[in-house]
Design a protein around this ligand. Structure first.
Ligand code: IPE
Ligand code: IPE
Ligand code: MG
Length: 251
């Protein structure tokens, strides 16, 4: 994807370069089945693998998945423990497949001292294993908060001694974690909820959003492709005017 052109316009009719998913609805999926919430989290594993494969096959270059927010630490301890164990198991189990597919993996956030050392090690191992891969970049947002990233970037900028007048958007963004991350083109939030929940706040500034009602454990490659299709029919304006009929292009 070309970078956004402020004040310009752009047909979205291409595969989005960066897709980000807020994987929501696991608890409701379980509740619908009279199962504990943790069953919904387990069922999410199959969706994650399906979506990674669908994105890669569709030609998406950057895929970001919101797995655990800084706010999710407020959930009951047993649920948090289950999620920590589940993520570890999923990372270990699928590391060979991700590597074989040429996917570069990394973990965004991941700074809280409550993260067990073993899990942090597995994150680091997978990051290192796949660091030279040239295929899709998969960013798993774990213990992630968009506001925290912005505050940390501000701290880093101040520490660098940058002159206030030298700080522009690019200079600021260079202090965010993984500064090579392009702006998000498309956010998919499953389960029908329509909010950001502190996800990649800087990077979603001009993203298109879709809110499929399907709960994350039921979301499959076909749903993902439908979301890409919806995106491709959108017109992105970046604050400019439309070239379509009614866009008053002739004024
Ligand atoms: C998303 O599903 C998973 C995480 C936030 C870790 P939820 O657990 O939020 O599911 P609902 O929203 O309660 O259905
Ligand atoms: C957002 O979902 C976080 C993740 C998907 C990891 P939540 O379910 O935690 O968000 P809220 O509480 O509905 O805003
Ligand atoms: Mg939720």
């Amino acid at each position: 994807m070309p970078p956004p052109r402020p004040g310009g316009r752009q047909r979205a009719g291409v595969v989005p370069g960066h897709v980000a998913c807020v994987m929501d609805g696991n608890g409701r999926w379980a509740a619908q089945r009279d199962l504990p919430r943790t069953s919904g989290h387990s069922a999410a594993e199959a969706t994650v693998i399906d979506v990674i494969e669908a994105a890669r096959a569709a030609g998406v270059r950057w895929l970001s998945l919101y797995a655990f927010s800084t706010e999710n630490w407020s959930r009951p301890g047993a649920e948090v423990d289950y999620l920590l164990r589940l993520v570890r198991r999923v990372v270990r189990k699928h590391a060979p497949l991700l590597h074989a597919r040429g996917i570069r993996c990394r973990f965004l956030g991941n700074t809280d001292p409550r993260i067990p050392a073993g899990l942090a090690r597995d994150f680091a191992d997978l990051t290192l294993l796949t660091s030279r891969n040239q295929g899709m970049t998969l960013t798993v947002a774990f213990d992630h908060g968009g506001r925290r990233d912005i505050v940390e970037a501000a701290r880093s900028l101040i520490r660098s001694g940058a002159a206030p007048d030298a700080v522009d958007e690019d200079a600021f963004a260079a202090h965010l974690p993984f500064p090579d991350t392009p702006d998000v083109d498309l956010v998919i939030r499953t389960s029908g909820e329509q909010r950001i929940s502190n996800f990649m706040l800087w990077q979603v500034a001009y993203a298109e959003w879709v809110f499929p009602p399907v709960l994350w454990p039921d979301f499959r490659a076909a749903h993902f492709l439908e979301c890409l299709d919806t995106y491709q029919r959108r017109q992105r304006r970046f604050g400019g005017v439309s070239a379509e009929p009614n866009g008053d292009e002739g004024l």
